[in-house]
Write a protein of this length. Structure first.
Length: 150
């Protein structure tokens, strides 16, 4: 059947993929706002070019690809061993990504370097070189504040 004629062509097609990319863009914006409000990142980190790139480009682009390639591949006709292996591989990749994402969410890292847009360069990092996560940095700051109050 010609491109776009079957169920896989429509569901995994460009128009639906672009809509999916739009949903992921909205997700990226909502996550960005939520992380900033929760103090997961400093304001300077939230406005870093790497964070902007990640939230506004990576999420929508990967969302588009996940939908068009992933869903398109899962819905494509075929019952040969290679077709089934492809579907298993797509499912395994998405499941692996979900597991890695869940693991990382429980272990926040320092994240994006704070950025100074006026000077077009990163700010010096506010955490010590030994800090490996924002949780450790917050612990360091909390300890300094407790010592400073005495």
């Amino acid at each position: 059947m010609a491109n776009g004629g079957g169920g896989a062509g429509r569901a995994g097609g460009a128009v639906v993929g672009l809509a999916c990319g739009g949903v992921w863009l909205c997700f990226g914006l909502a996550q960005w706002w939520g992380e900033l409000r929760a103090g997961f990142f400093t304001c300077e980190q939230a406005m870093a070019p790497t964070k902007i790139w990640h939230q506004l480009v990576v999420y929508p682009l990967l969302g588009y690809w996940l939908w068009t390639a992933g869903v398109g591949g899962l819905l494509a006709p075929g019952a040969r061993l290679s077709d089934i292996a492809g579907r298993v591989l797509i499912t395994a990749c998405v499941a692996g990504w979900m597991l890695i994402n869940g693991y990382d969410r429980r272990r926040p890292k320092l994240g994006h370097p704070p950025y100074d847009w006026r000077r077009l360069r990163p700010f010096p990092q506010p955490w010590s070189a030994s800090s490996r996560t924002l949780s450790a940095y917050r612990t360091e700051i909390g300890a300094e504040e407790r010592v400073g109050r005495r």
